[in-house]
Design a protein around this ligand. Sequence first.
Ligand code: NAP
Length: 280
Amino acid sequence: MRDIDGRTIITGLIGSPVEHTYSPLIQNTFAENLGVNAVYIPLGVKESLPDALKGAFAFGFAGMNVTVPYKQAVIPLLSGIDPVSERIGAVNTLVKDEEGYRGYNTDSTGFIRAMDKAGIDVRGRDCIILGAGGASRAVYDALHCSGADHVYVLNRSLDRARENFGQCSDVTLLSVRDYRSLPSGQYICIQCTPVGLYPDNDRTVIEDEAFYDLIEAGFDLVYRPARTEFMKRLERQGKKACNGLDMLLFQAAESFELFTGTKVTEEAMEAAEKALSKVL
Ligand code: NAP
């Protein structure tokens, strides 16, 4: 048990539900490994997000992560947001300033770092995003900023896809059902839905093997199970496939750095990965 005293930097996760989050494990492992006097706690907010933020500010919380369902709803309550969050339209990290909390989005940079680590280069490439929810917006921003050529967003609901991607000139929107109308090619595909998440391990958004013929490399944002059905289908064809664990770790590291001003070292990343492997 680490010592908590009057100088401990207090951080946490705002969302609902927060019971199943791994963020406290990751963030507290970083603090312990780096010798930073900080603590991170889950902060379930079932009602009155404005009151929750005011309370956190009054108690002097240094920062918080934000998860479902507040990543967009919190924005009008903030003192400002950074340009990445502005483009994505959602935040996942809040840092205290003099007037309140400023919003950041580390999902996008976390995804870029995870793709780099996996050796997947999207420059000049056509990409597919499965899903059109909050995470897919951060992934799109990362692909766009990393020089992807064209992005096909396939979603169950076309209305939601239009809502989130209607303004993007380098995006074609398709219903998931219409995947056969994708131009032939070799795409980088990013799976941004919860389909295949434990305990529904055997599920994937598109079952047809012919879809996987079109993919050169795939990245699944889901990390539990470690090998998702989406990944298995690609690996059966000898293709590269990664899960979302590194993205989770990198986005957490960037948030920790914003909260505490302390750089997360390789060793701290390894310690967090090891801690996660015991519970995943
Ligand atoms: P979200 O905003 O709720 O969006 C979910 C998306 O999945 C929507 O596009 C939804 O389609 C689609 N979807 C849900 N169930 C489906 C089904 N049965 N068949 C087809 N499509 C379905 O969620 P999110 O925040 O974008 O997160 C998506 C996933 O990414 C979650 O599993 C989350 O845990 C994971 N994630 C991982 C990381 C990481 O660091 N690895 C970071 C962020 C998110 P409709 O619009 O038609 O409903």
